[in-house]
Write a protein that binds this ligand. Structure first.
Ligand SMILES: [Zn+2]
Length: 244
């Protein structure tokens, strides 16, 4: 999806101001704002999940991207990996830096089994509680923790709670991360949700959908909600799910 530009598009008549003609007010404003366009585009892309998903869904256009947030967890991530291995399906894990530091063996298994990894901040603090500088520090630290564990650079990033305001957008841009949200959310973090209900909520995903699930839940763990064994009953699960 093409990003929007500032204001309305210029018409042919507006573009053809003759040489020597003093520029009108509108033209002066456009000239002043032109250098800011990339920043504004970035802010727009980063403030609406739908735009982000639209921009990135080409990657998953031939399948459905399955993503798991908040891990790695020494127990639940392995249960998820068992389900994925049984179904012959790959996913993308958005991992929290401090969990990466403590559970390297789980990261190693994710890599060995062919899944993708991306960062999900260092501490998973609610983004609306932090300043731009604090956000930048936290996002950058999470990114570096993952890069250190993998021995390579990974720019793909998902902010905690999928929340991005202008401060977050600036922090993400300053950390040179590439934001990726989701298109389908079963809200599997709800403590009373049964595995079957997660599957029910997902329905039949469309090609290009990006599904959000969790292999750990920051803040409080609800083991019942983290049983992913029912995932194999999602229609076309084995055929279409692929990593980002
Ligand atoms: Zn999260």
């Amino acid at each position: 999806m093409a990003a929007g530009s500032i204001g309305r598009a210029m018409g042919p008549g507006e573009r053809s101001a003759g040489a020597g003609t003093a520029p009108g007010k509108g033209e002066v404003l456009r000239r002043v704002l032109r250098p800011l366009r990339p920043l504004v585009r970035s802010l727009r892309r980063s403030t609406t999940g739908r735009r982000l998903v639209g921009a990135r869904s080409r990657v998953a256009a031939s399948g459905v991207a399955l993503t798991f947030d908040d891990g790695p967890h020494p127990r639940y991530t392995h249960e998820v990996l068992d389900v994925l291995a049984g179904a012959g399906v790959h996913a993308t894990f958005f991992v929290v830096g401090r969990n990466v530091r403590h559970h390297r063996a789980t990261i190693d298994r994710i890599v060995e089994e062919g899944h993708a990894l991306a960062s999900h901040s260092m501490t998973h603090t609610d983004p609306w509680d932090l300043s731009t500088l604090e956000l930048w520090r936290d996002y950058r630290a999470g990114h570096l923790e993952l890069c250190t564990a993998l021995g390579r650079d990974v720019r793909l990033f998902r902010p905690p709670k999928g929340y991005v305001d202008r401060r977050g957008a600036l922090a993400i841009r300053a950390a040179r991360l590439q934001t990726y949200i989701w298109s389908l959310d079963a809200a599997d973090w709800e403590p009373t949700l049964r595995p079957d209900e997660v599957v029910e909520r997902l329905g039949t995903p469309d090609l290009g959908d990006i599904i959000l699930l969790h292999d750990a839940i920051e803040g409080s763990l609800h083991p019942a909600a983290l049983d992913r064994s029912a995932m194999t009953r999602v229609p076309h699960f084995a055929e279409s799910f692929r990593p980002i």
